[in-house]
Design a protein around this ligand. Structure first.
Ligand code: FO1
Length: 335
């Protein structure tokens, strides 16, 4: 039990997959630990990937933090998977007319409000953690959003396009090239000067359960784990660490995780990702792992390799299935 009696759950999460998982977890905890006025006595803290972040047209853009904030705040464009619903793009057209920004990376008018506010907070000297908390106040997400570090860590990708090697920001590879050009390697620019924030270290230390969301295991979860000191903090935590596979029967549930796994030489299977994360008893990350029924054959193999694996439906196609998945993950933590 956490200090003030509430159950404390800490979740490592990236963007779209992480946001949906957190929404389900919030629903589940409101059911399992109601606080009498529709909320929950449980506390959820999300440690969020900031490797997709960038300075664009003078503004700091934080895609994964925004996906989670908008999704939990009910403002996400669930069809597109990212950005604000009821969005318009008048300013974006002006930026393109002035030849600034990335014409293939649309900053909607409402979304720009978030980036302007965040950039203003940062210019006032707030840390990204403080700026994120200020932005989140408006959306009342019911989850504490923590950037993995307050120092910038940007994922850049070494690609081969038109016969030339280029290093581009992750979003260029992901959005402009749709991850269709092979990534030779991922470079975490700034990672050597980064460290987990004090809030992140406290959230890991105080957690009753730590969950690894079904986010991209390379550029989201991998980037979080790559922050110096993060793995050690997780390994030393008293809480059990339970992961949810982002791969179902050999295909990425969302996004192009397969392109990322291939780039680092990991097979796109639920078992390969679990082994990539490693068994905690053998120096890795995981105590337990959830795979879909389609991958049930992997369960005994992984359990024998030290990763207690359970078979549950992993598709989060609505609020109820997301909540059930969260319940399954908590059960796998024997919580
Ligand atoms: N994804 C796209 O496919 N096209 C876009 O134009 C685009 C713009 C964009 C702007 C702000 C933002 O926070 C996210 C945006 N995304 C866009 C999604 C982004 O690629 C993803 O949220 C993650 O970075 C990858 O999971």
């Amino acid at each position: 039990m956490g200090l003030n009696g509430g159950v404390k759950i800490t979740v490592l999460a990236g963007g779209v997959g992480g946001a949906r998982f957190l929404r389900g977890l919030r629903t589940q905890l409101r059911k399992a630990y109601p606080n009498g006025d529709g909320g929950s006595s449980a506390e959820i803290t999300a440690v969020v990937n900031t490797g997709d972040d960038m300075w664009l047209t003078g503004l700091r853009v934080c895609p994964d933090l925004d996906s989670i904030m908008y999704t939990l705040g009910g403002a996400n464009d669930d069809e597109r998977g990212w950005g604000r619903k009821d969005e318009s793009e008048r300013v974006s057209a002006e930026l393109t007319a002035y030849g600034i920004g990335w014409p293939w990376f649309t900053l909607g008018d409402l979304d720009l409000g978030t980036h302007i506010a965040r950039s203003s907070f940062l210019r006032d000297g707030l840390t990204l953690t403080e700026a994120t908390a200020r932005l989140a106040e408006r959306w009342n997400p019911g989850v504490r959003l923590l950037p993995m570090s307050d120092q910038p860590v940007e994922t850049h990708v070494d690609i081969l396009v038109d016969g030339k090697r280029r290093i581009v920001h992750f979003e260029e590879w992901w959005v402009k090239y749709r991850a269709t050009v092979p990534a030779q390697r991922f470079i975490q620019v700034g990672v050597d000067a980064a460290k987990p924030t004090p809030s992140v270290l406290r959230a890991i230390e105080q957690a009753d359960v730590i969950l690894v969301a079904p986010s991209n295991p390379v550029v989201s979860i991998g980037t979080i784990l790559g922050v110096p000191g993060m793995r050690q903090a997780l390994h030393g935590a008293r809480a059990p660490i339970v992961g949810v596979s982002p791969i179902i029967s050999g295909a990425a549930v969302r996004g192009m995780a397969d392109a990322c796994l291939t780039a680092i030489g990991v097979e796109t299977t639920a078992a390969a990702v679990a082994k990539h994360y490693g068994a905690r008893t053998r120096g890795g990350l995981l105590d337990a792992w959830l795979v879909d029924e389609a991958d049930a054959a992997a369960a005994p193999v992984l359990t024998a390799a030290g990763i207690r694996t359970t078979v549950v439906p992993l598709w989060m196609n609505d609020a109820d299935t997301s909540a059930q998945l969260a319940a399954d993950a908590l059960a796998a933590a024997r919580f």
